[in-house]
Design a protein around this ligand. Structure first.
Ligand SMILES: Nc1nc2c(ncn2[C@@H]2O[C@H](COP(=O)(O)OP(=O)(O)OP(=O)(O)O)[C@@H](O)[C@H]2O)c(=O)[nH]1
Ligand SMILES: [Mg+2]
Length: 182
């Protein structure tokens, strides 16, 4: 559910970047921050961090920004609670290519699905990304059959070093999120 930041007259989209422990979520967020900026606000006594990336404006009247929030799943207590999922427009999920992390990849995804709600999750555009691909042999084609709670709008499988291509994929995903939220 996109909303307008009235002070700046910018349309804001919201996505979570989720995945099992140490799959590279923060590294990917840092890549997004290179083309955008980091932001934070205070809520429920805690600081909530995000990275905001501008979407290419094209012939749109209004500027659009995609805010991305890291989500750790089961492994850490999350004081943001379900508030993180309010007004969510899309999901970016990083699956782990390492065989011994397969269970973590599936469990974290199932936990996300339960937090967001199954029927809502099904309607959200999802970008499925592969992490740690140099360290493991699992590939998205194999993992995807276990990660089916939403329809993946896009799959992205490139080494961590391909920062530009990753940010491009996220921006394209933002366009899908924008279309669906209209
Ligand atoms: N070789 C390799 N290392 C990676 C890759 N992605 C992340 N790493 C490394 O794995 C470690 C964890 O990366 P983070 O970005 O902190 O992972 P995270 O998912 O944010 O971890 P948590 O927030 O602790 O759950 C770091 O040392 C990264 O440099 C990858 O694709 N290949
Ligand atoms: Mg992290």
């Amino acid at each position: 559910m996109a909303f307008v930041d009235l002070n700046r007259n910018v349309l804001i989209l919201k996505a979570v970047l989720a995945g099992p422990p140490a799959v590279g979520k923060s590294r990917r967020l840092a890549q997004l921050a290179e083309r955008g900026q980091r932001g934070s606000f205070r809520a429920a006594g805690t600081t909530v961090d995000f990275v905001s990336v501008p979407l290419p404006q094209g012939d749109r009247v209004k500027a659009v920004e995609l805010e991305v929030y890291e989500w750790h799943g089961l492994e850490r207590a999350d004081v943001r609670g379900k508030g993180l999922f309010v007004g969510l427009d899309g999901v970016i999920y990083i699956a782990d290519a390492r065989e011994d992390r397969y269970i973590d990849t599936v469990r974290c995804f199932e936990h996300l699905r339960d937090q967001v709600g199954k029927s809502r999750m099904r309607r959200l555009p999802g970008l499925l990304v592969l992490g740690q691909m140099a360290e493991g042999l699992l590939r998205l084609g194999m993992l995807e059959t276990k990660l089916k709670a939403l329809t993946w709008s896009r799959r992205w499988e490139q080494p961590l070093e391909d920062a530009d291509a990753f940010v491009d994929a996220v921006c394209l995903h933002g366009e899908v999120m924008l279309e669906r939220s209209m």
